[in-house]
Design a protein around this ligand. Structure first.
Ligand code: SF4
Length: 375
């Protein structure tokens, strides 16, 4: 796998308090004094949203079996993880009982100007691994009392009047593995809350928004049934075509949505020749996987509400397809071999690192909203 640290310099200096993006209630953000480096664990622009009683949760069927396999990628990414006061007490109690071994002291990085419920961030070791990762045992040493941000990764939720739509960040290797493991048709299904024991979930709160318009140039609002039918059609017919003429421009739209001072590397040179020599022959073999990734980009799209409705959601899905094709080319160039399952997995993970964790979702949905706009 291409480690994040192999990306060009500058791509990791991600401010946790990304202030671009969604409207809504309290932001899950920290002041910059606490944000040394690293991308956000949660989706950029996410808030914590109260889960109403008896709300319906919608999933893509291939995401439904998700369960953490302790890959550790999210624990070694160098992300600054906020720790709630309530968790501090539980973690301290574990350390005091000698249940939680420590290799870095202090384990909590504190500072001033914190949100009321945040005590600080988890300390990182010199290699940017979380202090509690493999601290004496495989995986997370504080699994039962880990901070809310850890528990929410890789879930990405959209709240609207129909319910809660749950998709996953494929930066998580387990999420990506599910794209390969599913068999059978794609479907939108009802399922449980991703975190049944919590009452506040991270996501975009559009629960009081009107449905989107039929199209940007047609002012009539959709009915909720029409929106669900549109979404179902997009999901069932999702696919990712071969290299397109405007892929470079679409990829640059995603790069332009990354808030300064962050950046994402340019598309590799000789894109067309890499594509036809190293990717095109293998592309049809991954048809099913690509369709599932495309479905995940069409489902629960925040662009429905952050941009001009279904047109914005369709355009964001096109951007995602272009990003994936170009990240595949980067993988093939870096590793010097044709596309295979490992390289496609890497490319999917990197694509969602850019699309979910780096890019401001409002700028993705509405390029004119972003300060870095070059589109
Ligand atoms: S607290 Fe646990 S889950 Fe969270 S980053 Fe550290 S090791 Fe990973």
């Amino acid at each position: 796998m291409l480690p994040v640290s192999n990306l060009p310099a500058g791509t990791l200096s991600y401010p946790l308090d990304c202030e671009h993006g969604s409207s809504g209630s309290r932001r899950n953000s920290l002041p910059s004094e606490l944000t040394a480096s690293g991308p956000r664990a949660g989706a950029c622009g996410a808030n914590y949203v109260n889960v109403k009683p008896r709300v319906t949760f919608y999933w893509l069927n291939f995401h439904l079996p998700y369960a953490c396999r302790h890959s550790g990628l999210c624990c070694t990414a160098g992300w600054p993880i906020p720790v709630e006061h309530a968790r501090v007490t539980a973690i301290e109690a574990g350390i005091a009982r000698d249940v939680i071994p420590l290799q870095v002291v202090p384990w909590l990085v504190t500072g001033s100007n914190l949100p009321d419920d945040v005590a600080g961030t988890l300390a990182l070791r010199d290699n940017a691994h979380c202090v509690f990762f493999e601290a004496g045992r495989p995986g997370c040493a504080i699994h039962g009392v880990k901070p809310a941000s850890c528990a929410h990764f890789p879930f990405v939720c959209l709240f609207d009047q129909r319910g809660v739509h749950v998709t996953l960040s494929h930066y998580c290797p387990t999420s990506t593995a599910l794209l390969f493991e599913h068999t059978g048709p794609i479907a939108i299904v009802e399922g449980p809350s991703p975190l049944p024991d919590v009452t506040m979930l991270e996501g975009l709160d559009a629960s009081e928004a009107l449905p989107p318009t039929v199209a940007a140039d047609k002012p009539r609002l959709m009915s909720w049934d029409e929106l669900s039918a549109w979404e179902r059609d997009r999901v069932l017919n999702a696919k990712i075509d071969e290299l397109q003429g405007d892929d470079g421009a679409l990829f640059d739209r995603a790069r332009a949505a990354v808030p300064a001072p962050l950046s994402w590397p340019e598309a590799p040179d000789h894109l067309e020749s890499i594509w036809f020599a190293m990717i095109a022959p293998a592309w049809p073999h991954f048809d099913d996987v690509l369709s599932r990734y495309a479905a995940a980009k069409a489902f629960a799209s925040w662009s429905l509400y952050l941009g001009e409705g279904v047109d914005a959601a369709a355009e964001t899905a096109r951007i995602a397809a272009a990003v994936l094709r170009i990240e595949c080319a980067r993988q093939c160039r870096v590793f010097g071999r044709p596309l295979d399952r490992e390289l496609l997995s890497n490319a999917i993970e990197q694509s969602d690192l850019l699309l979910v964790h780096y890019a401001d979702p409002e700028t993705l949905a509405r390029p004119e909203a972003g300060p870095n706009n070059t589109a």
